[in-house]
Design a protein around this ligand. Structure first.
Ligand SMILES: [Fe+2]
Ligand SMILES: [Fe+2]
Length: 142
């Protein structure tokens, strides 16, 4: 599927100005939405754990894409941005192991956590990711 056919899925306010980041955001948001849907039905199932591992992978690889374009941008931005990425990856990993070991606090926790992750991500895109693209563009133009 080409970039253009997938474009309508991403609301305009989430566009960052980078086609690559927008494409990856669309994919990550779709995986989070699929996990939310699945967690509503079976919060502790092995299928959900497999989906969450897929989410972990796509988030980690997307964060690598962003971090690869950070060298050269404002160091304070890069530091703050990377910290948010690593905090989210660490907490997702913790929730996946808790679910996998059956020591999760409550079967509905996965649903609540995923909804929070979705909203966190929307805010992250609108703030730090957009700022990153502006900083990269300003650096190129300078
Ligand atoms: Fe980011
Ligand atoms: Fe992002």
């Amino acid at each position: 599927m080409g970039l253009d056919t997938m474009k309508p899925d991403l609301p305009g306010q989430l566009e960052t100005g980078s086609e690559l980041l927008d494409l990856e955001h669309r994919q990550v948001l779709q995986v989070i939405a699929a996990c939310i849907e699945m967690s509503r039905k079976d919060a502790t199932g092995t299928d959900l754990i497999a989906r969450l591992n897929e989410l972990h992978q796509s988030l980690a690889s997307h964060f690598e894409t962003e971090e690869a374009i950070m060298p050269g941008v404002d160091a304070q931005h890069a530091d703050r941005h990377k910290k948010q990425h690593s905090y989210v990856i660490a907490s997702l990993r913790m929730h996946i192991s808790a679910l996998a070991s059956g020591s999760g606090p409550d079967p509905h926790a996965a649903y609540e956590i995923l909804v929070s992750l979705y909203y966190w991500y929307v805010v992250h895109i609108k703030t730090l990711d957009k700022e990153l693209v502006s900083l990269v563009k300003a650096g190129v133009a300078a």
